[in-house]
Each structure stands twice: as structure tokens, then as C-alpha cells.
Design a protein around this ligand. Structure first.
Ligand SMILES: [Zn+2]
Length: 106
């Protein structure tokens, strides 16, 4: 957010951003929200930066969920491997190892 930007500081910024993304012309928005077209044009850079940030945060959140799922799967496979080894069920132990490898590959 740019402190000098009249759009960034506008009370209805979320709505203005939504309309900019929808492609509503600067002139129409300028009139509706009492802004200048040039301010809106400058603001699109701030909007692009904000969208990039949002995407980055979403990617990070998705990654965290995936890592958590991998951890759970890994724990289950470890347990399965240990049980199979304890019971001398080498075929099942081998399967658990194979699945562990698939988790890392994909
Ligand atoms: Zn701005």
C-alpha cells in the first residue's frame, strides 16, 4: 500500500479493486468514487503487487497443507513398515517402502 495513493487510502478500496479487476474503465470508476483517472492508472501497479502477495500467501498455505498431509502419510507408512517388519511380513514392508518413495517422487 502506497501512503500517497488516494485509491489505496480510499474507504472503498476493496470494491474499487474488484471493479478494476473486472475491467471497469478508469473514467467510470473515477466518477463513481470521486477519484482521478490518473490516480486509478497509478494504483493498478499497487493492485498488481497486492495480487502477487495474495497469490504468494495462498501458495504458502497450500504448501503447508500438503506438507502436513505428507507428514501424516509418512507416520502411517512408518508404523506400517515397523509392524510388518516385527511380523516378518517382508512383502508388506517392501510395499510400505515403495509407497514412501512415491511420496517423495510426486
Ligand atoms: Zn494505490
Amino acid at each position: 500500500m502506497d501512503k500517497r495513493c488516494t485509491v489505496c487510502n480510499h474507504a472503498e478500496r476493496p470494491e474499487i479493486d474488484r471493479q478494476l479487476i473486472r475491467g471497469v474503465p478508469y473514467r467510470a470508476l473515477a466518477e463513481q468514487f470521486g477519484l482521478s483517472s490518473s490516480a486509478l492508472r497509478r494504483h493498478t501497479k499497487h493492485l498488481a503487487g497486492a495480487l502477487d502477495n495474495q497469490r504468494h500467501h495462498q501458495d504458502q498455505a497450500n504448501l503447508a497443507v500438503l506438507l502436513e498431509r505428507l507428514d501424516i502419510l509418512n507416520l502411517r507408512l512408518d508404523r506400517l513398515f515397523n509392524t510388518a517388519t516385527d511380523q516378518h511380513s517382508l512383502f508388506v514392508a517392501l510395499g510400505a517402502i515403495r509407497e514412501s518413495l512415491r511420496l517423495v517422487e510426486d
